[in-house]
Design a protein around this ligand. Structure first.
Ligand code: SF4
Length: 334
């Protein structure tokens, strides 16, 4: 963290500013203010940046770009909204295509006031951002040290925003692997994910015998499971699954990149299997180049049984596993 604090890298994006705040931001780099002498670097690559600095109000065209850049920054990261437009939409707030400030699409940590924001205020905002960055870094470190206290719980619709944010961070490495930022999972909206919770229940309810009792329906609905791995109150992993007949289908096993290779994914896989005690078979799928997923599933006892093209770059690999017979059933078997 000391290195980052002494030389933070910034990525600047103009969401739809009048250019006033951009000129002031660039003025910070010119010889008069020269923030580079303090170690602050303006980079063009979000994967190298610690601080996301946004100017201008958010409109329909800039919103997806802001989201995309934000999710490419490694954790921990800080967002600085520069100028009143980035803070609230400013004078463009009432425009038909403007949704408001940056916090309408991503969480903002520091607001720099002004129209246009003065270079001194922008530099002050970056200094404040570094304090926030340090706090986030400490929090993540504390979480990493508490992984042995991770709770594996059922998730519900109220967890959708956190799971969605995690999903976009977790799938970033997959998007990079396949050189494809258009993966549907990366562009899922909160509404769509909330619908996943709803629709899943609707679908199961539809499968349930309409003559059945409310308890029967509830029992059926219990066959759709969203799990979350929680440490210090934050979701760091998730998986979902549903049962049809004797097969449980497992989907979207995700772990925050900061906490990978520490057994969270393996435990989530085990927990989701345990959530389907009646399933005789489990089925999962992953991309053909996703070696880590394939390795993890193979270690969990899964075997490849089919592949299928998904996009020109990606083939789905389907894996399956039969449930090990219960100890009572194996009694007497040599
Ligand atoms: S805050 Fe003022 S200077 Fe900055 S983008 Fe908005 S209108 Fe332009």
């Amino acid at each position: 963290m000391r290195g980052i604090k002494e030389s933070p890298w910034i990525i600047h994006y103009d969401a739809s500013s009048c250019n006033g705040c951009d000129i002031e931001t660039l003025a910070c780099l010119t010889p008069l203010y020269d923030v580079e002498r303090l170690g602050v670097i303006n980079t063009g690559n979000p994967k190298h940046a610690d601080i996301f600095l946004v100017t201008g109000a958010v409109n329909q065209q800039s919103a997806p770009v802001i989201r995309n850049i934000y999710h490419q920054l490694p954790e921990p990261k800080v967002v600085v909204a520069v100028g009143i437009c980035a803070a609230s939409g400013g004078i463009f707030r009432e425009c038909y295509n403007v949704s408001g400030g940056v916090d309408t699409v991503i969480p903002v940590d520091v607001y720099v006031p002004g129209c246009a924001a003065r270079p001194e205020a922008i530099i002050d905002g970056v200094v404040k951002a570094l304090t926030v960055l340090e706090q986030k870094h400490r929090a993540m470190k504390a979480m990493a040290n508490s992984l042995d206290q991770t709770l594996y719980l059922r998730a519900d619709k109220s967890d959708a925003p956190e799971i969605l944010a995690l999903q976009k961070i977790a799938y970033q490495s997959e998007a990079e692997l396949y050189g494809d930022d258009s993966l549907p999972v990366m562009h899922q909206t909160l509404q769509e994910l909330e619908n996943d919770f709803e629709r899943a229940f609707e679908r199961v309810a539809a499968l349930a015998d309409s003559q059945g009792t409310a308890a029967d329906h509830r029992q059926e609905a219990d066959r759709i499971v969203f799990l979350k791995a929680v440490v210090n109150g934050k979701i760091i992993g998730s998986v979902r699954g549903f049962a049809l007949g004797e097969t449980a289908y497992l989907r979207r096993l995700i772990v925050h990149p900061y906490f990978r290779r520490r057994g969270i994914g393996r435990r989530l896989l085990k927990e989701i299997e345990n959530a389907f005690p009646d399933a005789r078979r489990f089925e999962a799928k992953t991309g053909h180049q996703s070696k880590r997923n394939l390795y993890q599933l193979a270690k969990g006892g899964y075997e490849v049984f089919r592949t299928e093209p998904f996009t020109p770059n990606i083939n789905w690999v389907y894996l399956q596993k039969d449930r090990s017979p219960a100890p009572a059933e194996t009694k007497g078997v040599k």
